[in-house]
Design a protein around this ligand. Structure first.
Ligand code: FCB
Length: 374
């Protein structure tokens, strides 16, 4: 059977600054050092090699690409703009456009300038104003960008940093969690008034099964979106997780197939998660979906199956307009370090050599044909 995707569908991959650029100095690099975690260091040296990497994306038939701007580069000290860094991101955008690739630009993918972290990060209301000022500067500087994503996965960040207390700033407190969550929503709403062409967030939603579904759906999948629903042009969906609840236990999945991270591979879930977004009546871009798979034995099927279920949701009226595989390159996976291999392209961290994985060529075929055979 052949599955055709809607005309002008966007096909690409996603990255984030801290995970690929190298040479950053922000609250995460400080945390990596002080806690003895693996350091992001040079990462993929994408900061210097972005043109070569975009040549690869073009070769792979991508017509869109999601990346993030590193706030700590733009405003290393409060109120001091680094125009050279703004010019760097303009070059990144030009390099994409020259290759016929539409940029999707994320403004905050979890890292903060050190001075922002020192004033209490997102716990401090002042950070909302500081963020909006940085966003305003960027939007006025990088005028050619159409698609903007203010925040990446506010719920994953607040959960890991404040509910579980595992990520910087490791402040475990339910009240802080709530405060940060609300401040992030407020920050998005404030930024939404800054004259973007198209604005949204990247929201990590899960497919839940079991008796707690209404509660979990509400709090995990819809709560943040409900807060910002009148202040977005599109919804960015990051889909990775299925969560089956038995009794009072979460995560009782069958785990027939898992990634190298131990995450269950459950493509059908993307269908339900997309259907749940239909009520917002906004275009949806799948801004992340991917698998850690060093041997490249799951990736091709992973992509095809997720697309099959995304296609089913499209057939049933969900306005899905793009798919960004996570990630273009192997990269620095936060507290896990470099071992998880999510890339369409393998990176040798010693030589920085890039090697295209077989599954990437299969995905390229889909992108070029705007459809797939199953
Ligand atoms: C998502 C993050 C992204 C990456 C993938 C594996 O939650 O947005 O940066 O780490 O998971």
């Amino acid at each position: 059977m052949r599955l055709e995707f809607p005309k002008k569908f966007l096909w690409g991959a996603a990255t984030s600054a801290h995970q690929v650029e190298g040479g950053n100095h922000n609250d995460w690099t400080e945390w990596e050092k002080t806690t003895g975690h693996e350091e992001s260091g040079r990462a993929c040296d994408h900061y210097n090699r972005f043109r070569d990497d975009f040549d690869i994306a073009k070769f792979l038939g991508h017509n869109a690409h999601r990346f993030s701007i590193e706030w700590s580069r733009i405003e290393p000290e409060e109120g001091r703009w680094d125009e050279k860094e703004i010019a760097h991101y303009q070059e990144v955008i030009n390099a994409l456009r020259e290759r016929g690739i539409e940029p999707f630009v994320t403004l905050w993918h979890w890292t903060l300038p050190v001075w922002v972290a020192e004033q209490g990060g997102w716990e401090n209301k002042k950070t909302i104003d500081d963020f909006a000022r940085y966003v305003d500067k960027i939007v006025r500087s990088l005028k050619s960008v159409v698609y903007w994503i203010t925040l990446n996965e506010p719920e994953i960040y607040t959960t890991n940093s404040y509910l579980r207390g595992k990520w910087p700033p490791q402040k475990k407190s339910f009240f802080k969690f709530l405060k940060v969550y609300n401040n992030l929503a407020e920050a998005h709403i404030k930024c939404s008034k800054l004259g973007f062409q198209q604005i949204g967030i990247a929201k990590n939603n899960s497919y839940f099964e079991g008796w707690l579904v209404p509660v979990l759906n509400y709090f995990w999948n819809n709560w943040f979106l409900n807060k910002i629903k009148n202040h977005q042009n599109f919804i960015g969906l990051n889909y990775y997780f299925h969560n089956r609840i038995k009794g009072f236990k979460l995560n009782q999945n069958e785990n027939k197939e898992t990634s190298d991270m131990g995450w269950e591979i459950y493509p059908e879930g993307i269908y339900y998660v997309l259907k749940n977004l239909k009520k917002y009546q906004k275009p949806v871009y799948i801004t992340e979906n991917g698998v850690a798979d060093v041997q490249d034995i799951h990736r091709e099927k992973f992509i095809k199956e997720h697309l099959r279920y995304a296609h089913k949701a499209i057939q049933e009226g969900v306005d899905v307009r793009g798919y960004f595989y996570w990630s273009l390159l192997d990269n620095f996976e936060w507290d896990k370090g470099f071992w998880p291999r999510f890339g369409l392209v393998e990176v040798d961290y010693k030589t920085m050599e890039r090697k295209i994985r077989k599954s990437a060529l299969e995905y390229a075929k889909i992108a070029r044909e705007n459809g797939l055979e199953i």
